[in-house]
Design a binder for this molecule. Structure first.
Ligand code: DX5
Ligand code: ZN
Length: 219
């Protein structure tokens, strides 16, 4: 049974204080830091790029779990790798050749994640499960924090867990979008061992990061 890890999304953090916010997350017990990169093309929102990641890198030794919602993605992999990303997760719809993108991330000695949007099928990634470290299941349409959890992605999560267990792949299952204290247990029971959360962690219990991270981990 894989250890449950919490990866708070800084999309809901105070962007004018990103370095300190990351320090607060580490002090609050975050297992890794989820960094949502958006290009206004793959998703209708724009956030941060490699230069910002380079500047926030020194604020924590925690794993930077970088979620690239950008396309085309290949030409930016090197910059994110050099900026300090530890896990680089991409969307298969953002590349012409998934196997090549995996190889490119491996070339920079980074962990490889592939993300499935709510309507993206397992068939998009089935042939790569033995070559990657993580599948990021989106439980909202990518682009914004604070959206409502989409329970219709749970059967896909369960199916992936079944495949990974049967084939004994060493792949983490991360769920991302609308995770809160009411659905975190359901998500873990469905097979997720990494929970991403932005608004629940930063906004609930008057923004008590430690309490919210522990509640998600333990609930
Ligand atoms: C959405 C991002 C998610 C989002 C999670 O495109 O990938 O990581 O920031 O935020 P909440 O937890 O507020 O849904
Ligand atoms: Zn994300």
């Amino acid at each position: 049974m894989k250890k449950i890890q919490i990866s708070p999304s800084i999309l809901s953090a105070d962007f004018s204080q990103l370095g300190n916010e990351i320090k607060r997350l580490e002090e609050g017990g975050a297992d890794m830091i989820h960094v949502d990169v958006m290009d206004g093309h793959f998703v209708p929102n724009l956030t941060i790029g490699p230069d910002v990641i380079k500047q926030i890198r020194p604020f924590s030794d925690k794993i930077f779990d970088v979620h690239l919602m950008i396309s085309p993605v290949d030409k930016y992999i090197e910059q994110f790798a050099n900026a300090g990303a530890d896990i680089i997760t991409f969307h298969p719809e953002a590349t012409k050749n998934t196997a090549e993108t995996i190889k490119l991330i491996r070339k920079f000695k980074k962990k490889v994640g592939i993300s499935l949007k709510p309507k993206s099928e397992i068939s998009l990634i089935r042939d790569y499960l033995d070559k990657i470290d993580l599948v990021l299941i989106m439980s909202v349409e990518p682009g914004f924090g604070g959206q409502k959890f989409m329970p219709e992605v749970l059967p896909k999560l369960k199916e992936l867990k079944k495949i990974i267990d049967k084939e004994k792949y060493n792949v983490d299952l991360e769920i991302d979008g609308g995770i809160n204290f009411q659905n975190s247990k359901t998500a873990k029971e469905a097979g997720a061992n990494i929970l991403v959360s932005g608004s629940t962690i930063f906004k609930e219990n008057s923004g008590d990061l430690k309490k919210n991270i522990n509640l998600l981990r333990e609930n």
